[in-house]
Design a protein around this ligand. Structure first.
Ligand code: IMP
Ligand code: MG
Length: 196
């Protein structure tokens, strides 16, 4: 499928399923090499990283465990900022090598706050593996250990990523068609209480 339509916008194919799997395989090979004997805990960030986590873990061949967490954001009643609540973490991180699995790093704000929260739980180390990075938007505030691919600052969907909850189910990744908006549509996110 070369083109898809989600809500009011058109998207064209950007990364084929094969290109994505190549990037995932390369990353898995590095992780297998780096973390052998460390019994890492892979922590997928829902919802966006569910496909990436599943595909990466199929290519990991060292002893490891896997779990998922969700970051729900909501507007605090008396604050103007967005408060993020971490849901679902029931593992003991003490002394563990934790590898956060993220679909995409844009500004990096989401991960920055997550990493500092996780560090309070005394892991041995926290590494970050992201399938995609938008260097044009990234603040540089955290170290990214594994990056699958660097991409331009266009809004993309597919392979777990959504446009107002649509598009997560596609095996490929699509970018917004020329003439469309190039940033996440604020109107599409309003009313949704979660960004992931
Ligand atoms: P950050 O905090 O700015 O790095 O935002 C990261 C989160 O924003 C990701 O986990 C995604 O959920 C979402 N996001 C960033 N860019 C895109 C995009 O192009 N398409 C869909 N979601 C995106
Ligand atoms: Mg995400």
């Amino acid at each position: 499928m070369e083109k898809i339509r989600l809500h009011d916008k058109e998207f064209t194919i950007f990364l084929s399923p094969a290109e994505i799997q190549d990037a995932v395989s390369d990353m898995a090979a590095k992780i297998n090499n780096d973390l052998v004997g460390k019994y890492p805990l892979f922590l997928g960030i829902l919802n966006g990283s569910f496909m990436f986590t599943a595909d990466l873990l199929k290519k990991i061949n060292i002893d490891c465990s896997v779990s998922f967490i969700k970051l729900a954001s909501y507007r605090g009643a008396r604050t103007t900022g967005t408060v993020k609540e971490l849901i679902g973490l029931d593992e003991d991180l003490g002394g563990r090598t934790v590898v956060i699995l993220e679909d995409i790093v844009d500004t990096g704000t989401t991960l920055q706050s997550l990493v500092s929260r996780l560090r309070e739980l005394n892991p041995l180390e926290v590494r970050i593996a992201t399938l995609l990075l938008k260097p044009g938007a990234f603040s540089g505030g955290i170290h990214l250990d594994y990056v699958g691919m660097e991409i331009p600052n266009d809004f993309i969907v597919g392979y777990g990523l959504d446009y107002d909850q649509l598009g997560r189910n596609f095996e490929g990744i699509y970018k917004i068609a020329a003439g469309g908006v190039t940033e996440p549509d604020p109107a599409a996110q309003a009313g949704s209480n979660e960004k992931q």
